[in-house]
Design a protein around this ligand. Structure first.
Ligand code: FMN
Length: 186
């Protein structure tokens, strides 16, 4: 059932909308480095990896955040993400990396949502020029693999130099909910 939820066709076409509120720029933490770690994480799995990369590479760190946070509730987030992905909506970001051109390498981290990259990752790639940069995706998922997420990255950043991908299975909220449901149902 989980798989069926997420295997719907997901259009790559994205509406051309402004994805960063005016004036909302933010310097990545760790200025001076030529390596940037930019990541989105809802429950922390991807964040753990982001911090390890930052330490190992002495990289600048930037958290990709939607201007309006997703709901705390998992099912509501799944429903919203599905709607946004299906319509190609690009959620505005809370902030943007100032002068992304100073980085030669970008480690781009995100969880798989609905068998693809979350809408905020599309927003991030659309609003940051990754051309000629080495891009290292690091991706966590709940056991269903990468879906079309790498196609999303390469289609939105066709001039980036895609490097080997880190793909890791990690805990997912759905399993927690299923266990709790079993307990509640006795
Ligand atoms: C809205 C939503 C959709 C998800 N869709 C998938 C999916 O299609 N396939 C999958 O394997 N895991 C899916 N997951 C599980 C996450 O990819 C997985 O738990 C990931 O490690 C979460 O990373 P984070 O803790 O950095 O947010 C989904 C999780 C959420 C919240």
């Amino acid at each position: 059932m989980f798989r069926r939820h997420f295997l719907q066709a997901l259009p790559l076409a994205a509406a051309a909308v402004s994805t960063v509120p005016k004036g909302a720029f933010s310097q990545a933490v760790g200025g001076g480095s030529k390596t940037l770690v930019a990541y989105f994480s809802r429950t922390g799995n991807t964040r753990v990896i982001a911090y390890q990369i930052r330490r190992a590479k002495d990289a600048a760190l930037f958290e990709i955040d939607p201007a309006v946070a997703y709901p705390e509730d998992y099912e509501e987030t799944v429903a919203q993400a599905r709607r946004e992905t299906a319509s190609g909506y690009l959620p505005p970001l809370r902030a943007s990396v100032r002068q992304v051109r100073q980085y030669d390498a970008v480690y781009l981290g995100f969880p798989i949502w609905g068998m693809t990259a979350p809408p905020v990752i599309r927003s991030f790639i659309r609003t940051h020029d990754l051309s000629e940069k080495a891009v290292y995706p690091f991706i966590t998922h709940g056991g269903y693999g990468l879906g079309n997420s790498i196609d999303v990255v390469t289609s939105l950043a066709p001039r980036a130099h895609l490097k080997p991908v880190l793909s890791m299975e990690a805990d997912q909220e759905r399993q927690t909910l299923e266990q709790v449901r079993g307990w509640l149902d006795g």
